[in-house]
Design a protein around this ligand. Structure first.
Ligand code: GP9
Ligand code: MN
Length: 625
């Protein structure tokens, strides 16, 4: 079919609005990506998903008649420009992009010390410059609007074809990222990364999709009977028959330290006759130490650990609570400590938006979140601000806090893949496992151990420990499953079973009391979910909606995991093989009625926890009071 030049000219003019939209939107989104990650920017990585997302929008525009199409593209272009300006300004302060959660929880720039006007720069409005191009184009277009009337059927057909092409290509880009970063798309733990590698439109579409699907899940009604059943279970679960250690924290500060990737196998362990964690070993001797304490995180990883210890509820089965349920009401540790006139804050020297923390901490009612912006980033070790500088600067902050306070500190430097050997400057001889992940990890945790020792010693010297209770624990494993053989070799475990693996999934947990009181070792099988009820008993806080147990007043040693596995201290149930192991002998044992009952109870606990989150039940329970 030969197209004469006149027809070609008409075709190009009639499609000018589409062409301009595609070029300008691609350019703006690419420039935005460069602005949020100048150091690692590679347009080749992001240009395709950006174009695919623009093609989807163009596909939608084809539904409209010509003038309507141009108007749709014009308005869409303005909206994209405004989103880019807002994300640019937000990124300038939070090093993050805006999400629905940020808007919903009002974590905008309101609390920003420097006013928003200081953050907006004239060049930000360059994103709107093309609108001026569009206006003349519109005039030209109206003048030469020679495009033939296109029937609704043809318009629908072109919408379906073009939108489908764009959506399939875009979907493949998103799927590829989900393979490279398995948890990222569902947990959205690093919004900047998604925006950087998929383009800002795709990020916001994914964010909207996640929020909408969570909203739909929560629309499923829950029967009043089920609500009552959960409420009754919760009140029974936290009723104590004894009152050991009750209210011993009255008027005292609470300092809770969550240590990045502190896995228990390093405690009191040596390599080449050197202690790996000499400082923690020393402080464990001055504290009450729980040597059968398990992490219970799921795909929310670090943020799940925080959620467990501050709310005593289970993490989400998939995705991250910190992202999916940041709009819920919680009876969190911070909220209940606030009600006791404590000053509550989180201290973590990393980007405020990572794991949606700045949004979630507002929901948990922390008075303040001292994030990366509140620290002098004078030294980097591992993922960001060094533990040494973070802890030294945090001590200075804490000495100014109104007392009594609850301070929740989260360390960072001992973060996977533990390869900052220069920063760790470790004196540990890890031969013959140097150049392995485990060898690198030992150097990393040896570094963090030294900083924790310095911090605790300084707290002691400052006299702050005379009136503070300190809880320190690890957030999750350090050696991932695909490197477990290194760990078995290090531990000298031959022919490992799932029981060996599970027994290695412990993290240290210590509680230090003034004057080193109550020190010793507690062998009870416990988990992160039990920390909050234990604190609640010590500080006389209400224990209303907790699924964990107060470790000083419970016989219950059941530790339940998100995947349905559990242990009662005698037997370990591994859900993925439906197998029971006797902990003492390591042998596989048959299911008994009691074990069956515990298996069912684990699933009930997980179900209740999911219902509490999906239906925002704490808000309902509080409103009915
Ligand atoms: C970042 C740090 C790491 O803030 O907490 O989180 P993780 O990758 O361990 O979940
Ligand atoms: Mn972590």
């Amino acid at each position: 079919m030969n197209i004469n030049s006149n027809q070609l000219k008409n075709f190009l003019i009639s499609g000018l609005d589409i062409l301009f939209f595609l070029i300008l939107v691609t350019l703006k989104l690419t420039l935005f990506d460069k602005s949020i990650s100048p150091e690692h920017f590679n347009y080749k990585l992001v240009i395709k998903p950006i174009i695919y997302s623009a093609i989807c929008l163009i596909g939608i525009s084809l539904i409209f008649k010509n003038k309507g199409r141009t108007r749709f593209l014009y308005i869409t272009n303005i909206i994209i420009s405004l989103i880019l300006i807002a994300d640019t300004v937000y990124f300038r302060y939070f090093k993050d992009v805006i999400s629905v959660g940020v808007l919903r929880n009002g974590v905008m720039l309101g609390g920003v010390k420097s006013s928003v006007t200081d953050l907006i720069k004239a060049q930000d409005f360059l994103y709107l410059l093309d609108i001026l191009i569009f206006i003349p184009l519109l005039m030209l277009y109206k003048k030469y609007n020679i495009s033939p009337k296109i029937s609704i059927y043809k318009r629908l057909a072109s919408f379906i074809i073009i939108f489908t092409i764009g959506a399939v290509w875009d979907g493949l880009s998103i799927y590829k990222m989900s393979l490279d970063q398995p948890r990222l798309i569902t947990t959205m733990y690093n919004r900047v990364y998604i925006s950087k590698f998929l383009g800002d439109i795709n990020f916001h579409v994914l964010d909207l999709y996640n929020v909408t699907s969570n909203k739909i899940a929560s629309l499923k009604t829950i029967s009043p009977q089920k609500e009552k059943e959960i409420k009754t279970y919760l009140s029974k679960n936290s009723s104590n028959t004894t009152s050991n250690m009750k209210n011993i924290g009255k008027g005292k500060n609470l300092i809770m330290i969550q240590v990045e990737a502190l896995q228990q196998f390093v405690i009191n362990a040596k390599i080449n006759d050197q202690e790996i964690t000499p400082n923690l070993n020393r402080w464990i001797k001055k504290s009450l130490y729980f040597d059968n304490f398990f992490y219970q995180v799921a795909s929310g990883n670090t943020s799940d650990a925080e959620f467990l210890t501050n709310n005593s509820l289970y993490p989400a089965a998939s995705g991250a609570v910190y992202y999916m349920y940041a709009g819920n009401t919680y009876s969190s540790l911070a909220k209940e400590m606030n009600d006791k006139n404590y000053y509550t804050s989180v201290l973590h020297g990393y980007s405020e938006g990572f794991w949606n923390r700045n949004v979630m901490y507002k929901a948990e009612k922390f008075d303040d979140f001292w994030g990366e912006k509140s620290y002098n980033l004078d030294e980097t070790v591992g993922l960001g601000l060094s533990d040494k500088s973070f802890l030294n600067q945090s001590l200075v902050k804490m000495q100014k806090f109104k007392q009594p306070f609850y301070s929740f500190l989260i360390t960072l430097s001992s973060h996977f893949p533990y390869d900052d050997t220069k920063g760790y400057d470790s004196d540990l001889n890890v031969d013959p496992i140097e150049d392995t992940l485990t060898g690198d990890y030992l150097n990393g945790i040896h570094y963090t151990d030294a900083q924790l020792g310095m911090f605790l010693d300084n707290l002691e010297k400052s006299g702050m420990l005379d009136n503070s209770i300190v809880i320190l624990y690890g957030d999750h494993y350090a050696i991932p499953k695909d490197k477990t053989n290194e760990l078995y070799n290090f531990e000298g475990i031959k022919n490992p079973t799932d029981l060996n693996w599970f027994q290695l999934q412990k993290v240290p947990m210590l509680i230090h009391f003034p004057k080193d009181d109550y020190k010793g070792i507690n062998h009870s099988y416990t988990g992160q979910i039990d920390i909050y009820p234990t604190i609640a008993n010590m500080f006389n806080l209400p224990q209303k909606y907790m699924l964990g147990h107060d470790l000083f007043n419970t016989k219950n040693e059941t530790v339940m995991f998100r995947n349905g596995s559990f242990t009662d201290g005698t037997t370990f149930y591994v859900s993925w093989t439906n197998t029971y192991y006797d902990i003492k002998t390591g042998n596989i044992v048959p299911e008994t009625a009691q074990l069956r009952n515990l298996k069912d109870k684990t699933l009930v606990n997980l179900e209740y926890s999911d219902d509490i989150l999906n239906h925002n039940l704490i808000k309902k329970f509080e409103n009915k009071k």
